[in-house]
Each structure stands twice: as structure tokens, then as C-alpha cells.
Write a protein that binds this ligand. Structure first.
Ligand code: ADP
Ligand code: MG
Length: 359
């Protein structure tokens, strides 16, 4: 049996115990490194003097303490007196058997679990996509001309040259398909928010996948039947799920594989922006596949446009997912090891009464 002390000291992430008076009761060695200060010099001091979080946490923190529930805060800048702020996720939970005490783990943002924050992701994506949209528009007309000319030519030539005109036509089609995907971005309107039964969306996506690109896959449903309605645009959410299913099917290859659609409710999951605004994202939808996993070299960038691990990929599928999720004020993360890749989508729930769009 390994002692708690050893585990505490070995934890590779900064961890703090906060006493009922908001003082640091203990800190592990990663935490000392994070603060750049020794345990002795910080224990007993008010925690929020040592750790600066640029988001108003107090209310949520107090509630978590009073209700004995965990609190997850994503995407906040966390600093200490001695270092530049670092973008982190905070995981806070009541310390079992010590009423009023909390344990807090500070994890610097992982690469693959990219938050689809309004600004940075969008603007980087947007400039690349804006450019591509313009090009798409410009290229489509001449391309139609080229295809038409090749088809005309093919009427009057021998079979050995036919192969060449067929090639022109096929390759042009491929370009048109790419251009159409690029144009999808431009055509994407603001979501029309309404209460959505997410299981209906998943069912539609599952059925259409099984009829087409996912015909070789087994898609298992693992739903929480009591899940409340989500708040979003059903067609856009369908697009998100389809893109994720398509990637999972493509990753599996011709032998097929299994995709699990998992839904659950996690009421403590909150999105908090660094400007202090925030809301809860309690509906969780996971799309889990047993394929080979995200390619090592691109796993940090998969949500960026034009990043693809496939020979014929466009790298636009997840960029579109990311844009839609961000327009929904939602959150998407990816976690992947060979044999298990999880895309988790977190959405807000429908307001209980129309017009009551808070929380
Ligand atoms: N479920 C998955 N399993 C393994 N790799 C994935 C999965 N989903 C996405 N990827 C990787 O992320 C890349 C980007 O995906 P995407 O944006 O949809 O573009 P595309 O599918 O056109 O390549 C894919 O090329 C693939 O390498
Ligand atoms: Mg794709």
C-alpha cells in the first residue's frame, strides 16, 4: 500500500489544499514549483494572495464548498507573485472528511483539449478561411470550364487518351468538393437557438452514418435518458456529430470499428471566460472510437483549418465543428490514445422558460 504522502508528493500537477478560511493548508511539490515558493513560506497564507486567477471565482467557489460539489473552471489565466500568468484549467473538489476544506488542482491547458474560445481560434481560422473562400469563388468558374472542355474532348478521342480526360474530370470534381467545404464556412449562419433533444440529433447522425460513410462501423448508444434539452441549432449540431462520426469511421479503416455515443449530465461543468462572463455547460456528449488515435504530429492543431492527417483530407471538418461549437458558447475537447479517442462536446441546457436565458 502506497502512502498518501508519497502520492501527494508525486502528483505531477500543482495541487493545493485550501482550508475553510481560504488559507493554504498544504501544497505538493509541483505546487511549490508553480508558485516558485517553498511549502513553509505559503502554508497558512490566504490562497488567493498566492495564486492570482483572472476570473471572479468566489461565488462559484463558495457554492461548491457549501454544496460539497466539485467545480471545474476552464481557460483562466493563473499567476502567482513570481511568474507570468499561465492559461490553466482549475479542478476543485471538497476534501473528503474535512468539511469546508477543498483540494484544488491546477492544470496548464493541454494541447489537444483546445477550447473553442470566441476570439483566438476564430480569428486565426477566420483569416485563413476568408482567404480560401475568396479563392474558392474565383476558382469554381474556370474549373467548370475546364471540366466541360475535357468532357467535350473525350467525345472525339481514342480510348488511351480517354484515361487522361477522365483524370481531368475526376480531379476537378475533387477540387470542387474541397471548394464547397470551404464555402460551407461562409454560408454558416448564426445558430438559431431552440431547445433540442440531443438524442434525436445523435440518432439522425447515427442513421445517416450507417447508411453512408459509416456502413462498416458499429455504433453503440449509451444515453442518459433523463438528459434535459440542449439549447442550440439542431441542424448545426447534426453537422457537428456527423463530422465527428465521419472522422471516427475514417480512422477505423475498412475493417470497421466501434463508436460509442455517450451522453451524461455534469452539472458542475462551467465555462468561464477570462472577461468574467460564464455559464454552465452541463450536457456532455462523447463520441468515442476504438481506432488508432490522433496522429502524434498534429494532435495539438486538429481544430485548425487545413490541418489533416489524411492524404486526401481537407482539414476542414474539425474547423467547422470548432466554429459551430464556439457559436453555441459550447466547448469541445479531444483526448486520444491508440484504441480510444474521445471527442467531448459540452453544451448548455435549454432555458427552463422561454426568454430566461441565464445560467
Ligand atoms: N476520431 C479520430 N481518430 C483519429 N484521428 C482523428 C480523429 N478525428 C480527427 N482525426 C485527425 O484529425 C485530422 C483533422 O480532421 P478534420 O478536421 O475532420 O479534417 P479531415 O478529416 O479532412 O482530415 C484528421 O485528418 C485526422 O488525422
Ligand atoms: Mg474530417
Amino acid at each position: 500500500m502506497i502512502s498518501d504522502q508519497v502520492i501527494w508528493a508525486s502528483l505531477p500537477v500543482p495541487a493545493f489544499i485550501i482550508d475553510p478560511e481560504d488559507r493554504i493548508a498544504d501544497v505538493n511539490s509541483s505546487g511549490e514549483g508553480f508558485l516558485n515558493a517553498s511549502r513553509k513560506s505559503v502554508v497558512g497564507h490566504p490562497v488567493w494572495d498566492q495564486i492570482a486567477v483572472d476570473a471572479p471565482l468566489e461565488e462559484a467557489f463558495t457554492r461548491a464548498r457549501e454544496q460539497g460539489t466539485p467545480l471545474f473552471v476552464n481557460d483562466v489565466d493563473v499567476g502567482s507573485g513570481n511568474r507570468a500568468p499561465l492559461q490553466c484549467a482549475l479542478q476543485i473538489a471538497p476534501l473528503l472528511g474535512h468539511p469546508g476544506s477543498m483540494i484544488m488542482i491546477v492544470s496548464p491547458r493541454e494541447l489537444a483539449s483546445r477550447m473553442t474560445r470566441g476570439n483566438t481560434v476564430k480569428s486565426a481560422a477566420q483569416s485563413a478561411i476568408g482567404m480560401a473562400e475568396m479563392l474558392a469563388h474565383e476558382i469554381k468558374n474556370p474549373l467548370a470550364g475546364i471540366t466541360g472542355a475535357a468532357q467535350l474532348l473525350s467525345m472525339n478521342i481514342g480510348p488511351q487518351d480517354l484515361e487522361l480526360t477522365d483524370l481531368i474530370v475526376a480531379e476537378s470534381r475533387r477540387i470542387v468538393k474541397l471548394l464547397e467545404q470551404v464555402e460551407q464556412f461562409g454560408n454558416l449562419s448564426r445558430p438559431e437557438f431552440k431547445p433540442v433533444n440531443i438524442h434525436d440529433v445523435l440518432d439522425r447522425a447515427r442513421r445517416s452514418a450507417l447508411l453512408g460513410f459509416g456502413a462498416d462501423m458499429t455504433i453503440v448508444e449509451d444515453y442518459d435518458p433523463s438528459l434535459p434539452l440542449a439549447y442550440g441549432d439542431p441542424d448545426q449540431l447534426l453537422q457537428v456529430v456527423l463530422n465527428l462520426l465521419k472522422n471516427a469511421s475514417e480512422a477505423a479503416g475498412p475493417e470497421g470499428g466501434t463508436i460509442r455515443l455517450h451522453t451524461y449530465f455534469e452539472h458542475s461543468f462551467r465555462l468561464r471566460r477570462s472577461d468574467g462572463s460564464g455559464h454552465s455547460l452541463p450536457l456532455q456528449i462523447e463520441i468515442i472510437d476504438d481506432g488508432p488515435g490522433l496522429p502524434e504530429d498534429i494532435r495539438g492543431d486538429i481544430f485548425d483549418p487545413f490541418v489533416s492527417g489524411k492524404e486526401n483530407g481537407t482539414g476542414l471538418g474539425l474547423a467547422l465543428v470548432s466554429k459551430i461549437v464556439s457559436d453555441h458558447d459550447g466547448w469541445i475537447t479531444a483526448e486520444s490514445v491508440p484504441g480510444r479517442t474521445v471527442f467531448r462536446l459540452s453544451l448548455r441546457r435549454a432555458p427552463r422558460e422561454a426568454g430566461q436565458d441565464k445560467e
